[in-house]
Design a protein around this ligand. Structure first.
Ligand SMILES: CC(C)(COP(=O)(O)OP(=O)(O)OC[C@H]1O[C@@H](n2cnc3c(N)ncnc32)[C@H](O)[C@@H]1OP(=O)(O)O)[C@@H](O)C(=O)NCCC(=O)NCCS
Length: 178
């Protein structure tokens, strides 16, 4: 993992002095059970953080989980043998922009820099593909996630959108240029 490229890719945000043991792995289609396990755990643990719901994704079959791994690039972070977080990135066609989706770290690993490792992987992967901008949607009432994106120097783009399943709740778009 050492090397000038990765170091340069992460100079765009101040990283938390974190874990030296977390290992980020890109997921492939055959990792669909791992993805399903961690994603359902995320939806169960933090139902208010995401646009989707546990009830919805419990209905997904193997083909659907596999196709998610094909249409977006997913990373999992491991501490030892256990996956403790995930993130997805979906390129926007022709725009040098990636949407960051489904970011989640298990509660016992929060505040330890594990999430920085995930974002580092997204940035490094984006740079290899000529990406210049990350976009995320975050619920306005998700103080912890907003604080995290703020530390990474994501900035609001000004776009806001109501949540389909609860129009009283608003999400705001934030962007990181690099
Ligand atoms: C969002 C998430 C990935 C961030 O990872 P993390 O390890 O918690 O992030 P960090 O601890 O590095 O940063 C969180 C910041 O929020 C602060 N914070 C903690 N609780 C908070 C709260 N209730 N309100 C506001 N800020 C809070 C922390 O002090 C920290 O700020 P600092 O860096 O200035 O000290 C993780 O919290 C998570 O998985 N949350 C649930 C799912 C989620 O919200 N995903 C994002 C969807 S857009």
């Amino acid at each position: 993992m050492a090397g000038g490229f990765l170091a340069a890719a992460t100079q765009c945000f101040p990283r938390r002095g974190g874990t030296e043991t977390a290992k980020v792995v890109p997921l492939v289609e055959d990792d669909w059970i791992l993805l399903r396990t961690v994603r359902l755990q995320a939806l169960r643990q933090d139902p208010d953080a995401f646009g989707s719901t546990l009830q919805r994704e419990l209905q997904f079959d193997e083909q659907k989980w596999r196709s998610r791994l094909v249409t977006s690039r997913w990373f999992a972070v491991f501490e030892g043998e256990a996956p403790c977080g995930i993130v997805a990135c979906m390129p926007e066609e022709g725009a040098n922009v990636v949407q960051v989706l489904a970011l989640w770290v298990a509660p016992q690993y929060r505040g330890r820099g594990v999430v920085d490792e995930l974002i580092q992987a997204v940035v490094a992967s984006g740079r290899r593909s000529g990406i210049k901008r990350l976009l995320i949607w975050v619920m306005e009432d998700n103080g912890r996630a907003k604080q995290f994106y703020d530390r990474l120097r994501f900035r609001p783009t000004g776009r806001r959108s109501s949540l389909d399943r609860d129009p009283a709740r608003m999400a705001l778009e934030m962007a990181l240029e690099f």
